[in-house]
Design a binder for this molecule. Structure first.
Ligand code: MG
Length: 332
């Protein structure tokens, strides 16, 4: 048994490798950590940073290269080096696998964990598939690009002066998403409202730990022209979210509480919709599954992103959820 076959056997890939019908790898897989330097310090209730590292993956096969990217999520204890190592651990398996079996490939890489690495592989593979078929992926999924909804622009937590500056810089975006979840929420929204009367959407990133505080904040935000509130309370406080949901009149969207399709059924009744992100889900295929399931359960859907480059940000635009509100994060 040579080294490649040893790794294949350890990872449970003999069937895929056997179907590839070749003794030598057909594809090449390249990984690179990309450091994205931010114009503004990006602060949420989770963390604060001046740059973000993402994982870029290039999958080359038969003269075509698919490009993928995954943004590690600190909330789930991910980092770029971990994502890179995860992809490197299956490099030889990807090289030997039959790319047209992309769904099966994505079911088997990694198992649980390292979702950013998985997303980078998935996006690269699906980009390759689209190129190979000669059709954009929205057509592969039967979607209409004219249905692409209005994009929102996210404003991270900052002092009032900086917040006003960020709002002015986002003049081209008709809808803003404002990060809240701290004691400064009222000052933040007041700063935003002093600079614009645009529709707002708000993301508390699990910041409110008390259900009565959450209801009070949401009711106040409703009077400030806020269209929905994302993840008001910690993901595990689902009983409290049922209580909150029954008392407010603004749509509530699950983000941190909704990582994969299996999370969605229990969210009905506590939320009105779910935020689907490729970096959380592990790529396009799982995101598609999440959207279909959420719609079947009567939940609204939105597409979100992490701080990442256009390689990752453009990928979810192939979808047209029933009620979609992409959230392009502030980078550059
Ligand atoms: Mg969010």
């Amino acid at each position: 048994m040579n080294r490649r076959h040893f790794f294949v056997a350890q990872a449970g890939w003999p069937a895929l490798l056997a179907r590839s019908g070749r003794g030598a790898p057909r594809a090449t897989v390249r990984t690179e950590i990309k450091r994205l330097k931010l114009r503004h310090t990006w602060t949420t209730t989770m963390s604060s940073s001046d740059y973000r590292d993402t994982l870029y993956v290039a999958y080359t096969n038969d003269g075509l290269t698919g490009h993928g990217e995954g943004a590690p999520i600190v909330r789930y204890r991910e980092n770029a080096e971990g994502a890179r190592q995860a992809v490197e651990s299956v490099r030889e398996l990807l090289a030997a696998a039959e790319p047209w079996q992309f769904a099966k490939i994505m079911q088997q890489v990694f198992g649980q964990g390292e979702w950013a690495g998985k997303a980078a592989i998935d996006i690269a593979l699906m980009d390759w598939v689209g190129q190979k078929l000669g059709v954009p992926l929205y057509r592969y999924f039967g979607l209409d690009p004219r249905d692409t909804p209005v994009t929102t622009f996210s404003i991270g937590i900052d002092n009032p002066e900086k917040t006003r500056q960020k709002v002015r810089e986002a003049a081209d975006f008709p809808v803003l998403k404002i990060k809240v979840g701290l004691d400064t929420d009222e000052a933040t929204i007041a700063a935003v409202r002093s600079a614009t009367d645009k529709p707002l959407r708000v993301d508390a990133n699990e910041g409110w730990k008390d259900k009565e505080v959450a209801v009070r904040k949401i009711d106040w935000l409703a009077g400030q022209g806020v269209e929905f509130v994302e993840q008001p309370m910690p993901a595990e406080m689902l009983d409290e979210m049922h209580w909150v949901h029954s008392r407010v009149h603004v749509p509530l969207i699950a983000d941190e509480a909704c990582r994969h399709a299996s999370d969605i059924p229990k969210l009905a009744g506590a939320f009105d919709g779910v935020n689907v992100k490729l970096d959380k889900a592990g790529g396009i295929l799982e995101a598609h599954r999440m959207i279909q399931l959420a719609k079947a359960l009567g939940l609204k859907t939105m597409l979100g992103c992490m701080v990442s480059s256009s390689v990752s940000v453009t990928a979810p635009r192939i979808f047209r959820p029933w009620w979609t509100m992409p959230t392009w994060t502030a980078i550059c």
